[in-house]
Write a protein that binds this ligand. Sequence first.
Ligand code: TYD
Length: 244
Amino acid sequence: MTDALPTASKSNGADAAWLRTLASKFLVFEGPDGSGKSTQLKRLIETCAAAGVEITTVREPGGTSVGEQIRSVLLDPSSTMTLRCEMMLYMASRAQLVEEIVRPALAKGHLVIADRFLTSTFAYQGAGGGLSAEDIRDVGRVATQGIRPDLILIYYVDVDTATARTRGVPQGKKKSSEALRGVTLFDDRIEQRSDDFRRRVHESYLAQAKADPAHHALIDAKASAEQVWSLTLNELRSRFAPKA
Ligand code: TYD
């Protein structure tokens, strides 16, 4: 690999050499619906790719052939299921993703960026739904084979801001296959959940970040996308860039 760096990465605001230290790292983007994490994730992918970092990106639920089928089941408004069944479907999708994609990609030296992981299950099925953290941890250990992200970036906004943002998203805009059907997970199953459920999900994100700051970066996502991008880069740089 050459040391000359493409200018695109510099114009993105990142002095790009340190970005290569992200090779073989596993980063997870998390946050309540409406946090704006997807915009930041896209920008990090573009910036790292421009810096010559090989990247594998995955989303949850989904990311594999069987995982996308599981996603459809989770998405289908006619799928009536218990909370435990729902949790285990998220975990089943995750188990396939870890074994089929995440582990091999890390072994090849790729930076793996996941759009959601175990943190979401603790927030939504745990704090939101009421399953115990212990049960989720136990099933999670089996599903992930104990793999731990190097860093979980939590994009946090308060409930009112998140609600305003998600209501501003035209229905069907988010994901292609679902867009064709005019629905997203948010539009149907999650939308139907109560304000209290949302509040618990938000609180869980804060609590998870606070409980383990070494593995979580809590990012104030209320600011402009540009400011949030700066915060994102600062977090990554301070944790992964070689110390001068
Ligand atoms: P998605 O349409 O992919 O939206 P987003 O861009 O916000 O990730 O929907 C994912 C939804 O699935 C989101 O509302 C959170 C929920 N979810 C869980 O409830 N538990 C989980 O373990 C995961 C991974 C996601």
